[in-house]
Design a binder for this molecule. Structure first.
Ligand code: 9L3
Ligand code: MG
Length: 128
């Protein structure tokens, strides 16, 4: 069962990592995250990731390897992250975000990541 799993994408353009600023809910607004969202009942995590990137950013992407680890979220949810490759489209903040940034390696820690995303981003950056 993929109950209470949230998937996030470490989406790269060369060495730049995409960060998305949440516009909702109010308690998370302004925080930056790896784009993604809740896995639906019966849905595979990788399928959820593709669906979320389509809905939130208007892009087609393919999941690559899973980033080792999982990180606790409120309400018993858990964040899992996949590296992902952009196939087509230019990401736009269509849903739940009000800004996007492609961060170079020296800019990665210049945004205010959500708490769960800090270790997730560290783990993603640690991958070759
Ligand atoms: N969340 C945290 N980091 C992330 C993502 C994609 C999501 N990288 C948290 C925010 C919400 C919950 O997970 O509390 C569900 O996310 P969404 O379905 O509202 O995107
Ligand atoms: Mg989301």
């Amino acid at each position: 069962m993929n109950d209470r799993i949230v998937v996030g994408a470490a989406l790269y353009d060369g060495n730049r990592l995409l960060a998305a600023r949440r516009s909702a809910p109010p308690e998370l607004a302004g925080g930056w995250e790896l784009p993604g969202g809740k896995v639906e009942p019966g849905e595979r995590c990788e399928d959820a990731l593709v669906r979320e990137l389509r809905e939130e950013l208007g892009v087609e992407a393919v999941p690559l390897e899973r980033v080792p680890g999982q990180w606790p979220l409120p309400k018993g949810y858990e964040l899992r992250v996949w590296k992902a490759r952009l196939v087509s489209g230019e990401p736009k903040p269509l849903e739940d975000h009000d800004a996007l940034r492609w961060l170079t390696p020296d800019e990665v820690w210049s945004v205010d990541w959500l708490a769960a995303d800090v270790p997730a981003v560290k783990a993603a950056l640690a991958l070759p």
